[in-house]
Write a protein that binds this ligand. Structure first.
Ligand SMILES: Nc1ncnc2c1ncn2[C@@H]1O[C@H](COP(=O)(O)OP(=O)(O)O)[C@@H](O)[C@H]1O
Ligand SMILES: [Mg+2]
Length: 373
């Protein structure tokens, strides 16, 4: 399996990005390639008596950016390594472009990979680093030079082609590592926490940068992260993992408003959890909770809404945070449990509430999310 293009099929004058896109994007040659770029079927990885990945089924959408998201140790890297071919699954099947590659070695899978520690070759120039995979694949020198230039242009480092990696900033080195993985025109680009060594600001910039590169090339990307903000911002599809299993998957816009269970809700930053009268576990975003003073004890708050959440309680904290204000209320939910509810009040920056005040917390039925467990 080679990612090398047949000689002479690519006129040298074409614009690099459009060309790369045409080479990789579904539909370039066929009308539409709806097949998944990769599939895991019943894939497990067992180390001794520990099951790191527990029979997962996963379909990687072609031309999309899929993130594997979950806490440390949930099996994200193990999954990516099996996809890349660095470790064979204990059970299950891995398909790439519809071909069974479960036992195919990494170099024959045609994939690009960037790890957290994106070791560049220190003695090679930036251009030589980026061309390394092409050289291994015996791409002729002129074709190689052209592709290196295109790829460096894509990541915005054309002007540093002759530099040695140690002269580059962390962010620039990260781009070189990306370029090196992209230059071979991989079927899949696998990124394992590629931004975690960068400082916070650069990390946020690189999220957009990777999205742009993915959009311009049409590459299928699988990115591992433990950062929910990163996953929400970057994903077309996000896959939430816990203890080797998939808890929920889908577009961020569908997963975030409807976490399937307490774990997912917790992981996505929900913090208000209450039991309803029928024992159902519910959550609600802080920005959807309204806290009002129980005016004189007999005001409007005394009339519960026909549906939705309505809990009397006591304000325990009012925190001013610039753009918003957090009001925390202690209450007793329908199961009799003590709960702590946080309401996020945007923009006004003031509240008539103070710690110790009696208050009522409400949310409309439409804002309540029922959790499976
Ligand atoms: N080669 C190995 N031998 C034994 N246990 C391993 C090995 N690789 C990973 N693990 C264990 O499998 C679990 C999942 O690891 P990993 O996939 O690296 O998690 P993540 O990337 O989500 O943080 C962890 O508990 C880890 O300690
Ligand atoms: Mg990991």
């Amino acid at each position: 399996m080679s990612t090398t293009d047949p000689a002479g099929t690519r006129p040298g004058t074409e614009h690099a990005r459009a060309e790369h896109a045409a080479a990789e994007r579904p539909g370039a040659e066929r009308p539409a390639d709806e097949r998944p770029a990769a599939e895991l079927r019943g894939v497990s990885q067992v180390f001794g008596d520990f099951t790191a990945v527990d029979g997962i089924d996963l379909s990687i959408r072609r031309g999309a950016l899929t993130t594997l998201l979950g806490p440390s140790g949930c099996g994200k890297t193990t999954t990516l390594r099996m996809l890349a071919g660095y470790s064979a699954p204990t059970n299950g099947t891995i398909l790439i472009d519809g071909d069974d590659m479960t036992r195919t070695p990494p170099e024959k899978r045609g994939l690009g990979m960037v790890f957290q520690s994106y070791a560049l070759f220190p003695h090679l120039s930036v251009a030589e680093n980026v061309g390394y995979g092409l050289k291994l694949r015996r791409v002729p020198a002129d074709e190689r030079a052209r592709r290196v230039a295109e790829t460096l242009d894509l990541v915005g480092l054309g002007h540093l082609a002759a530099s040695k990696p140690k002269k580059l900033s962390g962010g620039q080195q990260q781009r070189v590592a990306l370029a090196r993985a992209i230059a071979i025109r991989p079927k899949l680009l696998l990124l394992d926490e590629p931004l975690s060594n960068l400082d916070a600001r650069l990390r946020v910039q690189m999220r957009a940068e990777i999205r742009r590169i993915q959009g311009e090339t049409g590459l299928t990307v699988v990115l591992v992260t433990h950062d929910q903000d990163e996953a929400l911002e970057m994903s077309d599809d996000m896959v939430l993992m816990r203890a080797g299993r998939i808890m929920q998957q889908g577009a961020p816009q569908s997963v975030f408003p409807s976490p399937a269970n307490r774990f997912v809700a917790d992981f996505l930053g929900y913090e208000n959890f209450v039991s309803a009268a029928d024992g159902t576990s519910l959550t609600v975003r802080p920005e959807h909770l309204v806290v009002e003073p129980t005016a004189g004890g007999a005001g409007r708050a005394a009339a519960p809404a026909a549906a939705g959440l309505h809990l009397p309680g006591t304000v325990t904290d009012v925190a001013y945070r610039g753009v918003d204000l957090l009001v925390t209320v202690a209450a007793i939910d329908a199961s009799g449990a003590r709960v702590r509810l946080v309401s996020d009040v945007r923009a006004t920056g003031t509240s008539s509430l103070a710690p110790g005040d009696d208050a009522v917390v409400t949310a409309p039925q439409s804002r309540l999310v029922a959790l499976a467990d």
